[in-house]
Design a protein around this ligand. Sequence first.
Ligand SMILES: Nc1ncnc2c1ncn2[C@@H]1O[C@H](COP(=O)(O)OP(=O)(O)OP(=O)(O)O)[C@@H](O)[C@H]1O
Length: 401
Amino acid sequence: MDAADDLFTREDPIFANKELLEISHLPGEGRIVGRDDEIADLATAVNPAIFGQSPSNVLIYGKTGTGKSLCAKYVSKRLVSTASEEGVTATFAYVDCAQDTTETQAVQTIAEGVNDPEETGINVPDKGLSTSTYYKRLWRILDQRYDVVLILLDEIDKLDDDAILMQLSRAGEAGKITDCKLGVVGISNKIQYKDRMDERVKSSLCEREFVFPPYDANQLREIMQARADAFHDDVLEPSTIPRAAALAAREHGDARKAIDILRYAGEIAQANGEPTVREEFVTQARERAETDRFRELIRGSTPHSRYVLQALALLSLSNGRQDGFRTSRVYEIYENICRQEGSDSLSLRRVRDLLKEHAFLDIIEQSKHSGGSAEGSYTKHQLLEDPSVVKEVLTEDDAEA
Ligand SMILES: Nc1ncnc2c1ncn2[C@@H]1O[C@H](COP(=O)(O)OP(=O)(O)OP(=O)(O)O)[C@@H](O)[C@H]1O
């Protein structure tokens, strides 16, 4: 026997097809679980596009991992193929607004996405043009190539401002495009997003609104079961998926996190040299998924914004969950942390703003209380994340810094 045969394992003993557990993996035709009503509602809203008429503008809300992007893309693809059968030239452009936060980046992405330079003779460079030039090129491309276009703005709340929404929602009536009809599908996991919108944008952009509910345990089980081929036969113990589904449904109903938990459980089995993925690995996997998600949430946040969270985590860990902590108490602990870090503390007012930002990102929850005539009203802040996860991630980051 060749020595190399002993040295390397030639086949992964756990995973047969790990790509199935990547979040970017899109379920095939007919394999979107539990979203028939939402898909039908979306299809109705954009249906006029099939006949070359204006689709309704739509806003989709729902917590993270509830299938919003998946269903919006699915309906858009179906729309394009059905329109084509009717002799209508349609397409859709997808913008991840967390990446393209500025108006210029977003309009560039749309223009590039719908363009074919060979056909139009129009060039859309990655950068270097003014915002208004990108728009002019976009309008020309749209009129030249399409009868109808859907624009999907995912994580729409991450846009710096409403400028692009104003342009897109009024392009037709402002005469920027004459032959092409435009529909906007905004996607957000912030239900309060609409409150921040300019009134004029709101009235044209929010013609139809849909809310995607979290998945229940049965749906999550089906979503995970559909990817069980990621594992070799007999590797996945029968109770593992039901356990992961029950846990994920109880906590958040997030399909993305449920799939992460399953992948991590497999990796834990792999790392421990176990032949099967057992139910008990799910608990460990869940902790890892939580930590990852929180790390992602706070990526790019400033040191002071982290100190504020650290203060809340310390308060929750030493006092139990309670119903939250008052701003003054959080501020006290925050000042201690700043002292330890050798950093000047920000004003109470600024810390209040940071707390509001965390509430907007669903990292914490704020509640208003009335302390009677003597105290007036005050706000309490409560971590929505597991305080030990918050502390762990924030301290590991300190170590890296
Ligand atoms: N109903 C479903 N059936 C099968 N897989 C699903 C379903 N819903 C979600 N998924 C899986 O979870 C992933 C995340 O879903 P999706 O991106 O649509 O969530 P989202 O609601 O847009 O979340 P976010 O707001 O975080 O972007 C999808 O790429 C897909 O792999």
